[in-house]
Design a protein around this ligand. Structure first.
Ligand code: ADP
Length: 398
């Protein structure tokens, strides 16, 4: 057991995730989650020494504050707080201001809160997490890692929307992407698997969780990504619609839908949930599909077909010499049927699924699941670990 830990905090709009990471080994000593804030079912749970504990959060009051106080008390009781060398915060939107992990100062928190324009629910909560942690641990250095930072290397042709340029000049409306820490982590791990320097790897990384995105990585740098100004763009997701003709919004307005109803629908009632009418969870969706549910089947097909189309288009972004397609995230790491369906759509590029490999690479196991002789490339599964990147960035910057 090491004596230097990093507390990683991910303060979301209605949740607060935390993990105590040993940056030397990458192990999470304890990890937990406060969720459903503001709802009667609000609760907090954590895993420590292989045991899971759950507690209800009492109704009323500020649930972020309650959860933060409870977590600090728990970490004190387990004598972990005195081993912290730093605190790392995950921040969703870094705009063009943040191109890497930075030390948290009052100015940084103010800038993060200002960038709430780009991620209204998330950045406010991220700011709260930083302020709360600074108050409780005033002597500990704190750092912020941005979901958008890895994508800041995209060229203008990839990040610009074809709108009047003044809209970018005046408001910085452009593609920023998200999940950058995950795309970064799996790209570095893939380089190790491929036995090449990260800066020589050409990859398409596919993060499929509740949120989902694809990135094109050329010589180790992100050159394109599927999420946009906000994490609503790109793939179909658990509850988000992904790419959409903007005229659909105007059409719905003409039908009498108001702004809040439309954006609530696009963010929270679309994707797998919207199409299936049943669930946003891929496991449940596949169960329903296996029982002959046609809407669940359609949701699955829209999801996987769009993943394959993005991968296909990113062959252009990566250019010559694709080394690997890398699957990660809860679905990418575990779902055999999703990966099979995507690989099946990629047959046209010579990808042949390795059925045994695909079966084996699940539940935390990395592995090769397909190969293309045409491209001299492979498809890999690599479990992501965003907390480890945050913890290691903290230690490197210390
Ligand atoms: P988040 O984006 O919230 O971090 P995750 O990366 O944990 O989400 O991914 C959640 C998704 O992963 C859910 O759709 C869930 O059904 C899916 N998932 C998790 N385990 C499996 C599994 N064994 N088979 C299929 N899908 C799975």
């Amino acid at each position: 057991m090491s004596n230097s830990y990093v507390l990683v905090i991910n303060s979301g709009s209605s949740s607060l995730k935390f993990a105590v990471i040993d940056p030397a080994t990458g192990d999470a000593v304890i990890s937990g989650l406060g969720e459903c804030f503001g709802l009667p079912e609000a609760m907090i749970s954590w895993k420590y020494n292989g045991e899971k504990t759950e507690e209800a959060i009492p109704a009323g009051g500020d649930h972020h504050q309650y959860a933060f106080t409870r977590i600090v008390k728990l970490l004190d009781a387990l004598h972990l707080s005195d081993k912290f060398v730093a605190i790392g915060h995950r921040v969703v939107a870094g705009g063009e201001s943040f191109k890497g992990t930075v030390r948290v100062t009052e100015d940084v928190v103010n800038e993060v809160e200002k960038l709430a324009e780009l991620a209204p629910l998330h950045n406010k909560a991220n700011g709260y997490g930083m302020r709360a942690a600074m108050e409780v641990f005033p002597s500990l250095p704190q750092f912020a890692t941005f979901d958008t930072a890895f994508h800041q290397t995209m060229p203008a042709k990839a990040f610009m929307y074809a709108l009047p340029k003044k809209i970018y000049d005046d408001y910085r409306v452009r593609r920023y992407g998200a999940h950058g820490t995950s795309h970064y982590f799996v790209s570095r791990e893939a380089a190790k698997v491929l036995g090449k320097a990260a800066t020589e790897c050409n990859l398409i990384t596919v993060h499929l969780g509740n949120g989902a995105s694809v990135s094109a990585i050329k010589n180790g740098e992100c050159v394109d990504t599927s999420m946009g100004l906000t994490p609503l763009a790109g793939l179909a997701m658990g509850t988000r619609c992904g790419d959409l003709d903007p005229s659909v919004i105007e059409f719905l307005i003409r039908k009498g839908w108001d702004h809040d109803t439309i954006f609530n629908t696009l963010n929270k009632k679309s994707g797998l949930l919207g199409l299936s009418g049943k669930t946003s969870d891929m496991r449940g969706l596949i169960e329903a599909m296996d029982q002959g549910d046609k809407d669940a089947q359609l949701a699955f097909e829209v999801f996987t077909y769009r993943v394959a189309k993005y991968i296909a288009s990113y062959l252009v972004a990566v250019g010559e010499g694709l080394d690997a397609i890398v699957f990660t995230g809860g679905i990418g790491e575990n779902s055999l049927p999703v990966r099979s369906a995507v690989l099946n759509d990629l047959k046209v590029f010579g990808f042949v699924e390795d059925k045994q490999g695909n079966e084996a690479a699940r539940f935390g196991q990395s592995g090769q699941i397909a190969k293309s002789d045409l491209f001299n490339a492979v498809a890999l599964v690599i479990p992501t670990n965003e907390e480890l990147v945050i913890a290691q960035d903290c230690v490197n910057l210390l």
